[in-house]
Design a protein around this ligand. Structure first.
Ligand code: COA
Length: 578
């Protein structure tokens, strides 16, 4: 094993300099060696310019969060250096673009091991293309920290293949130039390197957005429509490659309203249908979300949250669409809201979202977020034999007799058989207007009360459909944290640290966030002295929903600066609160 089994490398530079590609390539190369990887990236909303950053945490062990900071920082330019200077503390390693031709010279950094690598100079003067500066850096990083150079070459070849042989060739040369600069000109004085592993697991590298696409395919999704929006577009990009292969249909609509309209039409016609968007898109979908509820049409709406309100922070992280997901739309519009914790969850919870939508004939909103959607993780290859799918309750035409088809028939569990257009004797009109059991308009007070109740009662016990919420920590604790979404990893790491110091701490991670999983929270409350809800929004949205649904007072802990929590922040808050 290495001197450091948990290494975090951060690469910073200007958007357009190939920071994201560098991080992706390193991630792939490290995963191919069997290392566990978890990434975080952030970049400006502009296509070119501004500070972009990619961070990879590499370990021989399973990683659950991006961690507190970095061990190695690679600066492609002076701006990136300035942004990260305060974090270049004792023991960190700093690689920077030095040596003229666009490079810079940082000041003396006490306790930091600094390596000047003339990335721009080598790229421009030796290779004749500034574009390959990032590959010079990668060659140097790989050699310094023992990341397989062979893997790196293979990944670079497959990454740039679509750009032509010349691009591949120059980038391989750039990798080699970076490596040989380190070999000839630098003496490694730090002790950091990635873990060396004896056994490799069968893992795939995938980001949260692609994992949602994969989950949709496994659930049997055969129709997808969306309007592109950061940071959700990659769900569509992934599905555009794979949905046609299973004879599915993908439509890029003119806006988010049309996207959900397409989805409702397809689902009404029998398809398993999904759309994916981010906050502003979900706002636009609110009206049709109500229609999906009223017409009882199964559908999945993915919302990869970003900073809001309005256009807000398109490329930054926030968990502030929970109120909208739970309550958006006029009238009493019921729906189910689930939230993904990690990349593996993006696969399994998407399948769950389809299954619940089909079972309850209702819209299901699946919440992810910018950090999770763009996070790459090496995960175990999913076991397809374990995938279970649910189909909606279909009308049986042979059972009609002389009775008219009752699309919204009141049944014991409030779920009514649904017909597919073309079924004999089972035509009905699905609209947003209140209706009686046949689907014909009906506005009597009794009927509206009955149908309103039907739409809520059918999902009342949805908590029982999902596996019990994961709970970690002490059986009896001084403080219990309830976390939703990608905050789970940071909370887990913080709870582990606090317990290692002897504090009594527990945490609960519900995947169902609306209707609030009352049973799980009440059970958890009996085992902890107080509850704290850390979340990345100003209002404390989940905290408010929990208090409203259970009456249990909770302590809010909120940050909302566009970045996820670090375990350290949560650990400190636990100590302070206890
Ligand atoms: N040789 C050849 N091509 C290279 C290369 C190399 N050595 N290194 C990178 N590239 C290419 C990449 O393949 C990519 O090309 P592609 O677009 O054809 O895939 C391109 O250069 C950009 O590089 P990449 O590494 O992907 O990104 P970056 O780190 O330079 O950052 C972004 C650019 C991602 C920040 C920027 O383009 C972007 O998309 N900004 C966000 C826009 C947004 O979503 N706004 C919100 C709207 S509401």
């Amino acid at each position: 094993m290495s001197t450091k089994d948990d290494l975090t490398i951060r690469i910073g530079g200007e958007g357009g300099e190939g920071i994201i590609s560098s991080g992706d390539i390193l991630t792939q190369a490290a995963t191919r060696s069997g290392l566990n990887v978890l990434t975080f990236k952030t970049f400006p909303a502009e296509i070119k310019g501004g500070y972009a950053m990619y961070q990879l945490r590499l370990s021989g062990e399973k990683i659950i969060s991006t961690g507190d900071g970095f061990n190695v920082f690679v600066a492609f330019n002076e701006e990136a250096y300035k942004v990260n200077k305060s974090k270049l503390t004792e023991g960190t390693v700093f690689l920077y673009d030095g040596g003229g031709a666009g490079g810079f010279e940082p000041e003396e950094l006490p306790g930091v091991t600094s390596y000047a690598i003339p990335m721009s100079k080598i790229a421009k003067e030796d290779l004749g293309t500034y574009r390959s500066k990032n590959m010079v850096a990668l060659g140097a990083i790989a050699h310094l920290f023992s990341i397989s150079f062979k893997n790196l070459e293979e990944i670079v070849t497959s990454k740039f293949k679509r750009k032509g042989d010349e691009v591949v060739e120059i980038n391989i040369k750039a990798l080699q130039a970076g490596k040989s600069y380190v070999e000839k000109e630098l003496k490694k004085t730090d002790t950091l390197k990635v873990a060396s592993l004896e056994e490799k697991e069968d893992i795939i590298v995938i980001d949260g957005n692609a994992a949602i696409g994969l989950g949709a395919l496994l659930a049997g999704c055969d129709f997808f429509s969306c309007y592109p929006i950061t940071p959700a577009t990659e769900v569509a990009n992934w599905l555009s490659n794979f949905l046609p292969k299973v004879k599915g249909t993908l439509i890029q609509a003119e806006d988010e309203i049309a996207s959900l309209g397409n989805v409702l039409g397809a689902a009404y016609a029998g398809a398993k249908a999904m759309t994916a968007t981010s906050g502003p898109g979900l706002s636009l979908m609110s009206e049709l979300l109500g229609m999906a509820c009223m017409a009882e049409i199964p559908c999945v709406i993915v919302n990869v949250q970003r900073g809001g309100p309005s256009t807000g922070l398109p490329t930054k992280h926030e968990q502030s669409d929970l109120f909208l997901a739970a309550h958006g739309s006029h009238g009493d519009a019921s729906r189910i809201v689930l939230s993904c914790d990690n990349v593996e969850d993006c696969i399994s919870l998407t399948i769950e979202a389809f299954n619940l939508a089909e079972k309850y004939q209702t819209p299901v909103i699946l919440l992810s977020d910018g950090s999770l959607g763009m996070r790459k993780e090496g995960i175990k290859r999913p076991d397809l034999s374990k995938v279970k799918t649910v189909e909606r309750l279909k009308h049986d035409s042979s059972s009609n007799g002389d009775e008219p088809f009752m699309r919204y028939k009141i049944t014991d569990n409030w779920i009514s058989p649904m017909s597919i257009p073309g079924m004999e004797g089972a035509a009905y009109v699905a609209t947003g207007i209140e209706h009686g059991e046949t689907g014909a308009p009906k506005y009597t007070p009794d009927n509206h009360e009955l149908m309103g109740k039907k739409r809520f009662e059918k999902i009342k016990n949805v908590e029982d459909d999902l596996p019990e919420s994961k709970r970690i920590g002490d059986e009896q604790a001084d403080i219990g944290l309830i976390a939703w979404g990608s905050t789970q990893g940071d909370v887990t790491e913080a709870v582990n640290r606090a317990r290692a110091e002897g504090l009594k701490v527990a945490a609960l991670f519900p995947k169902l966030v609306y209707p609030v999983p009352i049973k799980a929270i009440e059970k958890f409350n009996k085992t902890v002295k107080k509850i704290m809800v850390p979340e990345i929004n100003y209002q404390g949205q989940f905290a408010d929903l929990i208090q409203a649904a259970t009456g249990i007072p909770v302590i809010k802990y909120n940050i909302y600066g566009g970045f996820p929590f670090t375990p350290k922040e949560i650990h400190n808050k636990i100590k302070e609160t206890i």
